[in-house]
Design a protein. Structure first.
Length: 322
């Protein structure tokens, strides 16, 4: 029996394991054991987990996925373990009904949480299913969750207008009125839009000119970021002003020893940033599939500091702007 056959035999008998145990079984060092395991993975004979046991992934055979859960206890932080147990119990979770921390956790539990996009009345929704749940049960669970949302829509219908209620029950999913924006005249600024919507008179030509001059002023936060990045040799690929002088979204090239790395950068100019600020930015970086660079000008709340210390934001760089 060659070395790789011995490794497969070990996995068949003992289930998921780590390289150090494989090394002991085949009487070699961890480096050679890891090389054999990597080769088996590349051949498709062995699978590798995202879950880490003391820094090492688990290696297992197809069909042993159910045994991965036994390694979660003691190797996941309490936050992720709580979300994992909730998913195991409920089988299917609806993204829109979850808090930000649960959404972040599910994206890190790749061995157990399977994302599913469902098109419902023209709206695409994200659901998470327990990795061992059969397709038929998954479909039924998602159907039940969507039915509950329809029932809630029905309950809020006004009883004074039975005819309208009947129409809305037939089409429970709200439809955006695509004609509405056409009724709003083009505006030079948000202030002008607000005045138009409240029935105030349109701006005069002089005021419009003043607005244009005002818009020409550069964003103070962007200027600060540009100065800060210039010192660090960080290049800005693109930027978007979310709130004037207070919030920016950027894609930047951060130099490293292996070349430039693209980061999603969220910059906030506020007295105190809390865990929700960082969690929201972290979610955006996950959706863009790039690491997060979170810059803030003021201070962090105690809860935000605790979350950072617990390593809830993997691969995120969180820095105060100097």
């Amino acid at each position: 029996m060659d070395v790789q056959d011995k490794i497969i035999s070990l996995l068949k008998d003992g289930g998921p394991t780590i390289p150090s145990k494989v090394a002991k079984h085949i009487n070699t060092n961890i480096l050679f054991a890891s090389a054999h395991l990597s080769d088996l993975v590349s051949q498709g004979k062995v699978l590798i987990s995202n879950l880490k046991i003391g820094g090492s992934p688990l290696y297992y055979l197809s069909g042993q996925e159910a045994r991965l859960y036994d390694f979660a206890l003691g190797n996941l932080n309490t936050k992720d373990l709580k979300v994992l147990d909730k998913l195991k119990e409920k089988k299917v979770l609806r993204e829109s009904s979850l808090d930000l921390l649960s959404k972040v956790s599910l994206r890190s539990l790749k061995d157990f949480a399977v994302p599913l996009k469902v098109n419902f009345y023209g709206n695409v929704e994200l659901f998470w299913k327990w990795h061992l749940l059969p397709q038929e049960e998954t479909n039924q669970a998602i159907h039940d969750l969507l039915e509950k949302s329809i029932d809630r829509e029905k309950k809020v219908e006004p009883v004074e207008e039975p005819k309208k209620e009947k129409e809305e029950i037939e089409e429970p999913i709200p439809v955006v009125n695509e004609e509405a924006p056409k009724k709003i005249p083009k505006a030079e600024s948000l202030q002008e839009v607000q005045k138009t919507l409240t029935g105030e008179k349109k701006l005069s030509k002089k005021k419009k000119t003043a607005v244009k001059h005002k818009k020409a002023r550069q964003d103070e936060l962007l200027l600060q970021i540009e100065r800060y990045f210039k010192k660090l040799d960080v290049a800005i690929n693109e930027h978007k002003i979310i709130r004037k002088d207070s919030e920016l979204d950027l894609l930047v090239n951060v130099p490293s020893v292996v070349g430039d790395i693209i980061y999603f950068c969220k910059a906030k100019n506020k007295n105190k940033c809390d865990e929700r600020d960082i969690s929201s930015a972290y979610m955006e970086s996950l959706m863009k599939k790039v690491p997060l660079l979170f810059l803030y000008s003021g201070e962090l709340t105690k809860k935000a500091k605790l979350m950072i210390e617990s390593k809830a934001f993997e691969n995120a760089v969180i820095k105060k702007m100097n």
